[in-house]
Ligand binder design. Sequence first.
Ligand SMILES: *Cc1c(COP(=O)(O)O)cnc(C)c1O
Length: 395
Amino acid sequence: MLSERAKKIKPSPTLAIDSKAKALKASGYDVVNFGVGEPDFDTPDNIKEAAIRALRDGFTKYTPVGGIDPLKNAVIEKFKKDNGLSYEREEIIVSCGAKHSLYNIAQALYRPGDEVLIPSPYWVSYPDQVVLNDAVPVIVKTYEGDAFMLKPEALEAHITKKTRAVILNSPSNPTGLTYDRKTLEGIAEVALRHNLFVISDEIYEKLVYDGVEHVSIASLGNEIKKSTIVVNGLSKSHAMTGWRVGYAAGPKDVIKAMTNIQSQSTSNPNSIAQKAAVEALTGPQGFIDMMRKEFDARRKFLVSELNSIPGVKCIAPTGAFYVFPNVSGLYGKADGKPVSNSSDLALYLLEQANVALVPGEAFGDDNHIRLSYATSMENLRKGVERIREAFGRLL
Ligand SMILES: *Cc1c(COP(=O)(O)O)cnc(C)c1O
């Protein structure tokens, strides 16, 4: 018999689609995969070299649980330079990925029955991490017309005596949209008035387009900074998903609790990856701009192509590497079996067009599908034509 906790959790649906697509590929099908959630670029060589040096130098032992000082210093510098935020080392923890930092936060903050507000569409792990820690995810719907931003009034309307925290993600996975300063100011005001923690996942900070500025809610004032835990990492900015390095910054007592929890679960993040992360944060940063420009070109291509397909409406995202088109215009149509929701549509595309993508349902929004453009322009072209053809057969 498994624990109640284990029974409540489902595997990450984005990873599930990915493995289905990979299985089809392995059996010889030419699948175009729009499902991926990681950059298709390799980790830059200077970062790899730093890891090789760490290995040769025998930097292969336990490190302090919350990360080595040079890495915490590099993280502090990053916050200063990019966000105008100043932190001390006791306010920083390095974890095995941003996801692990988020999990540590959930363990450190949530009491049984606490309510945690999660704007939908949401990143798939947020609700499950809340559930795993005996708290209650409260989903707050956001609207396409508001660029999928949580409005301060909607936040306030969902607050009860049990509300503990709100989770923000800007730029967002899956919508690719970025919060503006004014909306964040409104959210900060509500959060402060109701004594909520703000958990701000800023993992896509470096991937913004159209001149949009990334604003960290913690940077809006000293009071909101004291109530916010900022989460970030190297997976997306430096194409380092496999290395497992992420970090969080926040109030000392919260960070200390997170570090204690980490000390009883994973201990330190991988020592070699930490050395590589120091190089990633302090070495040359040209890679990010190269990657961002390439993503930007793909983004423009994909948005304009998708909008030219009947039944599809796609607002232009301003961040991350996803588009989140509305496909509800295709529901009720049939090519043999009728398509009535985002999962039907994703399955239809996988089976009838060899295109893999994630149904919006996985993110709490059934009118949309998510396509990642972390794949080559050639794949985007091929995939879009297959989608056009398959949707044409539906209409
Ligand atoms: C990829 C991703 C993460 C996890 O990043 P890791 O550092 O690899 O754990 C966190 N949040 C969002 C929204 C993501 O898309």
